[in-house]
Design a protein. Structure first.
Length: 376
């Protein structure tokens, strides 16, 4: 049973000591994507986000062209005309080709009734029942178009790289978004602004490594960042270290300003001071600085910034969670949140496991659910 509000104080103090929920850490399995900031340009992931943003946020009945259709959370029901509108395409075959490709890649499942022409699709990687302000009325099951946000799995684009898929513009855009961290302890630069980080040692990137990941030439990667400089500003580090990429549009819940080049170089100097004489000759400058950032980022941060990660009366908290009692033993947090409406204590249980430890049932992707209800 859920713990009561009266008994929740001690629980919140313990739970908040893990991390301030406004932070989007590398260990969190989800990232937030506002519905009014979906990736533009060509790419299969752009089609997927548009379909996910129009899916139902709860089980119920949906009205379409005079028909009433039963839909499940993460699903949509209608016709080809509606699908074309969602995908922003004009031709029937183009729309069907996109959902065929998404189905083959495992992002959705769909059915098309040849007699009634009814089409339904289900988002395979559906994360939560509702993200952000959901709807205009209590009877609605679809979220308001362009409002609130989606919660995306961090590994949403990983299956493309595993298949050596050549990324399109929207795919690369979402790849950077899914790998955004905010105030991650192993990345001192992310305390200035949300930063793109691929794994534990991926805070510092190179155009070559991104080109290999996306199947692009280095010049094409550079043109991409020139085009999307407002969303993903790139900072070059000295020498052959590589570059930092920030996400200027990521919703952190608080105001931030992009760091100056001087601030970045100051943090880099602080980190490199810890290197001492432990330089390994067989490693490149880029590989070495990636490890140094992961190892010594905490030492480069002002003491107040690190301590503010522990909840206290002086630390600004904007979210709290009710959850099952056993979460006291295994605390798992996901980067997601809702608007300040009455919480609904239901969980959507997915059909396919994605990641997470198999030896314990503490929520998350492995068990198809999220153990925690955000109250904002």
């Amino acid at each position: 049973m859920f713990i009561s509000v009266a008994r929740s104080g001690a629980f919140f103090n313990l739970y908040r000591r893990e991390a301030d929920e406004m932070k989007c850490l590398l260990k969190y399995q989800w990232v937030k994507l506002p519905r009014n900031q979906l990736p533009s340009g060509k790419g299969i992931m752009g089609a997927w986000t548009r379909m996910a943003s129009r899916a139902a946020f709860r089980n119920g009945q949906a009205h379409y062209c005079g028909y009433i259709n039963k839909v499940n959370a993460g699903g949509w029901a209608g016709g080809i005309v509606g699908l074309k509108s969602i995908l922003g395409v004009k031709r029937r075959q183009q729309a069907l080709g996109l959902i065929d490709e998404l189905s083959e890649l495992g992002y959705i499942s769909y059915t098309l009734d040849a007699k009634t022409k009814k089409l339904t699709y289900q988002v395979t990687d559906w994360v939560v029942r509702c993200s952000g302000e959901p709807c205009m009325g209590r009877e609605a099951v679809y979220a308001t178009e362009g409002y609130g946000f989606l919660c995306l799995p961090r590994n949403a684009t990983q299956r493309l790289t595993e298949r050596n898929y050549q990324f399109a513009e929207a795919d690369a855009w979402l790849d950077l978004w899914c790998h955004t961290v905010w105030q991650e302890p192993s990345n001192a630069f992310s305390y200035s602004a949300p930063a793109v980080q691929f794994g534990q040692y991926g805070a510092v990137l190179t155009l070559e490594s991104l080109g290999r990941r996306w199947g692009w030439e280095k010049t094409k990667v550079w043109r991409f960042f020139r085009k999307h400089a407002d969303a993903f500003p790139l900072y070059k580090l000295p020498g052959a270290f590589g570059c930092l990429i920030f996400n200027a549009a990521y919703p952190t819940g608080e105001q931030f300003t992009l760091p100056s080049q001087d601030e970045i170089e100051r943090i880099l100097r602080e980190i490199r001071k810890k290197d001492g004489n432990t330089h390994e000759k067989q490693q490149s400058d880029h590989a070495r600085i990636c490890k140094l950032v992961a190892w010594y980022s905490r030492t480069a941060l002002p003491r107040g910034q690190v301590e503010c990660r522990v909840a206290s009366e002086d630390c600004y908290n904007t979210r709290a969670y009710f959850s099952l009692g056993k979460i006291l033993e295994y605390v798992w947090e996901d980067c997601q949140g809702n608007s300040p409406v009455t919480p609904n204590f239901e969980f959507f249980r997915g059909n396919s496991a994605r990641a997470g430890p198999a030896e314990q049932d503490d929520g998350g992707i492995e068990h198809g659910r999220f153990e925690g209800i955000p109250l904002w």
